[in-house]
Design a protein around this ligand. Structure first.
Ligand code: NAP
Ligand code: ZN
Length: 356
């Protein structure tokens, strides 16, 4: 450890679309309100792939991706009250915000009027320090942006909840998924499979809308009672006028009108999937039955803690494939082919053997 920073092994992409390779970074020494976390596991979100390829534009390189972080508190600053060394904690997509606007004051830091400060591919509030993410051994984070992971959830299965969990819990709660509600989840990937489990635990009737029949057995195990394969036109037609709420997690361009047609009168489709493409919507997909198309991003810190506690109480977590970090590039390729059931999680201890 040096006075200036804490040497930390990581994996980074040097430029858009380049392979991730070993990379050494410096973490800041914990300031009075900071928590230094030893990262144990980090999930691979499709957003990591979008950003490492700079699909959304404006990416900052070298980039250390990773915003589904689960680990153990190593050290805390003197003003930290919520955490102590040894605690099981998580960090998601944000590590800071203005902390003064209306949204921040309501605990909706993700909608900070000045823009939330993302865990990676963003500059810190000083406007010049690039933030680096969770594909790394340690991270220093403001206490306010750290959450507790319930003892009942293993850290590896908890990691994906920090993004996939909160990104789906928040709109499910906001649009009142629960008993008597027909909810569809489009795309059974990282976000989608957690959405199915959470919506089921909230008491809603859940249907999976996937491209093929290949995931039907898994969907049932996760709590779905309905399944639509969009490859089968008859199945799509049967699903017309069926859902109060659709959580759409699709990661690349797809025809939104097909899904909107599945909403009932006054139904809402919420986009959480974030392909870079424009998604054309026909006005008559919305007008005749007063339907709404909405969007939602992650969730605030209080809601993230609420989501983790909810998952702990309902004995619910992600279905994962744990990989050493040396397989991260292969995992990106497989994720693009939806060849993962249902989230890759990097075992960060695999960095120990890497040369720095
Ligand atoms: P993922 O694991 O790759 O899952 C996406 C799923 O979408 C796939 O498993 C697939 O499901 C379906 N899909 C993919 N391409 C499709 C296509 N062309 N047509 C129809 N369906 C398709 O990705 P993820 O990690 O869950 O992330 C999903 C999206 O959410 C990404 O765009 C990500 O950037 C975004 N995201 C947004 C937020 C937010 O705050 N709003 C947070 C996290 C992630 P089937 O095989 O079942 O068809
Ligand atoms: Zn994510």
């Amino acid at each position: 450890m040096s006075e200036t920073g804490i040497k930390t092994k990581a994996y980074a992409a040097a430029s858009a679309g380049s392979e991730l390779v070993p990379f050494e970074i410096n973490r800041r020494q914990p300031a009075p309100q900071d928590v230094l976390i030893k990262i144990k596991f980090c999930g691979i979100c499709h957003s990591d792939v979008h950003q490492a390829k700079d699909e959304w534009g404006g990416a900052i390189f070298p980039m250390v991706p990773g915003h589904e972080i689960a680990g153990i508190v190593e050290r805390v600053g003197e003003q930290v009250t919520k955490f102590k060394p040894g605690d099981r904690v998580g960090v998601g997509c944000m590590v800071d915000s203005c902390k003064a606007c209306e949204s921040c004051n309501e605990g909706l830091e993700q909608y900070c009027e000045k823009g939330n400060v993302q865990t990676y591919n963003a500059l810190a509030l000083d406007g010049k320090t690039p933030n680096l993410g969770g594909y790394s051994e340690q991270i220093t984070v403001l206490e306010r942006f750290v959450v507790s992971i319930p003892d009942s959830i293993p850290l590896d299965k908890a990691a994906p909840l920090l993004c996939a969990g909160i990104t789906t819990y928040s709109p499910l709660k906001h649009w009142k998924a629960g008993p008597g509600k027909d909810v569809a989840v489009v795309g059974l990937g990282g976000l989608g499979h957690v959405a199915v489990k959470i919506a089921h635990a909230m008491g809603a009737k859940v249907t999976v809308v996937s491209r093929s029949l290949g995931k039907i057995e898994d969907a049932v195990l996760m709590g779905a009672t309905g399944y639509v394969a969009t490859s089968d036109q008859a199945s799509v037609e049967r699903a017309s006028n069926s859902f109060d709420l659709i959580i759409n997690t699709v990661s690349s361009a797809a025809d939104m009108n097909t899904y909107l047609n599945m909403l009932k009168r006054d139904g809402v489709m919420v986009l959480v999937g974030a392909p870079a493409d424009l998604l054309p919507v026909h006005p008559f997909s919305l007008i005749p039955k007063r339907k709404s198309l909405a969007g939602s991003t992650i969730g605030g810190i209080p809601e993230t803690q609420e989501m983790l506690d909810f998952c702990g109480q309902h004995n619910l977590a992600a279905d994962i494939e744990v990989i050493p970090i040396q397989q991260v590039n292969e995992a990106y390729e497989r994720l693009l082919k939806s060849d993962v059931r249902y989230r890759f999680v990097i075992d960060i201890d695999s960095l120990i053997g890497e040369k720095s």
